[in-house]
Ligand binder design. Structure first.
Ligand SMILES: Nc1ncnc2c1ncn2[C@@H]1O[C@H](COP(=O)(O)OP(=O)(O)OP(=O)(O)O)[C@@H](O)[C@H]1O
Length: 266
């Protein structure tokens, strides 16, 4: 089973330490939500993990030190879906992109035999078959977000990193995307880490949470234990109530008001 272990993990932008001293362990089949106020360092943390920002410390995926790998080796293990999908504005169709994602690092001129089937499977999994022949540049922001996920999954990552994956999705697609991600994560025993701003998506889909404030790890652990109304109030400086939904099947967090030392003083 896949296992991810971080210790004393730091990420810098230029000379500035933006993310400091992160440490946790995750087992295959689990989803971790990364939560925290704007500017807390969530995206920088994700970029540090996938090698887009300079990072220090130890990151082991199944015992392999990710920091010691070449960019190509690292890319073969990690699927990263960025907040911004403008990189998909190329003159290729969705299907061509799915083929390129799987074969871009091959020297041979032929695509790997199973890649057509795999591309079709991904389109079916996410319900995107109707976009196969379309260029992402003519699609909506939410449709591009779904395609970015398909492009990450088609390469069979062991570690899936999603930066605000539902930010452009309507209610049905938010649930659809996270159901697919949860099912894929469990079935393939991979690890998914997702930056989320919606606390109720976190309580519903994340097994574990990492709370960040000013680049520091405020808390990490099992979602049920971490995401209390008191902890949320402390993190975002917003008074909240925790509500049981569907006879305790889900727990929802309802925001009441910004505390007097809230916005601008975090
Ligand atoms: N390219 C950059 N150059 C310099 N500083 C940056 C850069 N990108 C981010 N930062 C700074 O790093 C800090 C963390 O930014 P980051 O984007 O990681 O926050 P975040 O938690 O993802 O925020 P948000 O919820 O608003 O997306 C912020 O203070 C930001 O100003």
């Amino acid at each position: 089973m896949t296992r991810l272990s971080l210790s004393d993990f730091h990420v810098s932008i230029g000379r500035r330490h933006v993310v400091d001293t992160i440490g946790f362990d995750l087992q295959g089949g689990s989803i971790m939500a990364v939560l925290g106020p704007n500017g807390a360092g969530k995206s920088t943390f994700m970029k540090g993990l996938c090698g887009l920002r300079r990072a220090r410390g130890t990151v082991r995926l199944d015992g392999v030190d990710l920091q010691a790998l070449s960019p190509a080796e690292r890319a073969s293990l990690i699927g990263y879906v960025a907040q911004d999908t403008t990189h998909l504005s190329v003159r290729l169709t969705v299907f061509e992109l799915l083929m390129l994602a799987q074969n871009g690092d091959r020297r041979a001129w032929k695509a790997a035999p199973e890649s057509t089937r795999r591309a079709e499977e991904m389109l079916a999994l996410l319900g995107l078959e109707r976009f196969a022949g379309t260029m992402p540049s003519v699609l909506s922001g939410g449709e591009r977000q779904m395609i970015a996920l398909a492009l990450a999954l088609v390469r069979r990552p062991k570690l899936l990193l999603l930066d605000e994956p539902t930010s452009a999705l309507d209610l049905a697609n938010q649930l659809h995307m996270l159901e697919v991600v949860q099912d894929y994560t469990r079935r393939n025993a991979i690890i998914t880490i997702a930056v989320l701003h919606d606390l109720n998506l976190a309580t519903r889909y994340a097994d574990a949470c990492l709370l960040l404030a000013r680049g520091r790890q405020v808390a990490t652990g099992v979602t049920k234990e971490i995401l209390s109304a008191a902890q949320i109030a402390d993190l975002y400086r917003v008074e909240c109530r925790s509500i049981d939904v569907d006879q305790g099947r889900f727990s929802a967090i309802y925001p009441i008001s910004v505390l007097s030392d809230g916005v601008g003083h975090r």
